[in-house]
Design a protein around this ligand. Structure first.
Ligand SMILES: [Mg+2]
Length: 132
């Protein structure tokens, strides 16, 4: 029996949460939701996830800052880097580079399309297993 993969969704917008969770469940993922970067950092330290979907714009600690804190925690503790996929409602030139520089592995624009989410999560979760 195939083990279900766990995804953490860090997203402050309720409507975006509902849309993303519906899509993730349809794709067979188990989802936890947090609403800001600080909660995302705490959840990643406390639980084991296969990937994080990280909204870049959140109140308080934003997605870029949270990613930096998660990477620092991983380095300090010799942990395998968690795949972190940035989510943004903007589709501006250079946004992908900003996300990658912040330590994210990949980047998707909202509204999320099922096919894009499936492709990106499949790629990073499979890769993390192979690298391990
Ligand atoms: Mg947001």
């Amino acid at each position: 029996m195939q083990q279900q993969h766990r995804v953490l969704l860090a997203e402050d917008n309720k409507i975006n949460q509902v849309v993303a969770v519906g899509t993730l469940k349809k794709l067979g993922y188990v989802v936890d939701i947090v609403e800001d970067g600080g909660q995302a950092v705490a959840a990643c330290a406390a639980e084991e996830y296969d990937a994080v979907l990280m909204d870049v714009m959140m109140p308080g600690v934003d997605g870029y800052q949270a990613t930096g804190m998660i990477r620092e925690h991983e380095r300090a503790n010799g942990l395998k880097p968690l795949p972190i996929i940035g989510l943004s409602a903007r589709a501006m030139a250079g946004d992908r580079e900003i996300a990658l520089e912040a330590g994210m592995n990949d980047y998707l624009t909202k509204p999320l399309r099922t096919s894009a989410l499936e492709e990106v999560l499949g790629r990073w979760i499979d890769r993390s297993v192979v690298v391990d």
